[in-house]
Design a protein around this ligand. Sequence first.
Ligand SMILES: [Fe+2]
Length: 323
Amino acid sequence: MSVKIYDTPEVQNFLKTVAGLDQAGGSDRGKQIIHRILSDLYRTIDDFDISADEYWAAVSMLNALGQVSQFGLLSPGLGFDHYMDMRMDAADLEAQRTGGTPRTIEGPLYVAGAPETEGFARMDDDPDTAGDTMWLHGQVRDTAGNPIAGAKVEIWHCNSLGRYSFFDQSQTPYNLRRTIIADNDGRYSALSVIPSGYGVPEGAPTDQILKMLGRHGERPAHIHYFVSAPGQQHLTTQINLAGDKYTYDDFAFATREELVVEGKRLEQHAEAKKHGVDGPVTEVVFDIELSPTDADELQERHKRARALESESADSQLAATATV
Ligand SMILES: [Fe+2]
């Protein structure tokens, strides 16, 4: 069967009816967007001669994704998160908001309400002997190079098994999650454990879709950041550790050259020693530059469902506990 009906008046009128374009109520913007999406999908069905079997397999896949709350995991895998970043980068450029550490994707595994400390945080509440001790530090500056005292540095990362606290309930709540208020010199430091890379759960809907595309679902070892300060643009970013097999082959497309950081293995570190670590540490240095802005909305992170922040429980189940 190879029929072409998309361009017929019957289908075009039907699309308008389905999208509510002939109805007075509802949201005009919503109607326009749904009309466009439905039009593109209907045309895809026509162009690829999609069979009923294939169509209903796709519906089942969407149901399966929803059942395990994996839309937030598939989203970066299909490049939507990075595409939104590209659009925000382009908007910054157009408004001449240049400079500053590059943004990159947030991912679905942030949890609000992590303990807040001044200057330094010990992040590893749970023992993790399989991972190297990490001494993570840096300075927050503005685009003129001035330190930003009191900048809020929120850090979260997974353990040496690639699992995040909260989503992995075997960990202490807020293990490897902290909010650090930068000191008078804009500096922050943390003792933690070097995170491992991780992949989407084997066999799960996201994995099935990526495999259908001939792709893998692996991420390199990385550390997430939210950084903010009054009068500065809020920064959502992460660093990818150099030397990981997937540093430049991240299924979530978060890697940016400026955000690849090499961990330096040291037999001892004077600052870490002050905090009770007298052995080898891997030093990870990440200085952050924020861009100035007067716009209030740019000083805050954008809205999305986040665990313990949003009423929506979606993110609390994000990607299931296995990532
Ligand atoms: Fe992550």
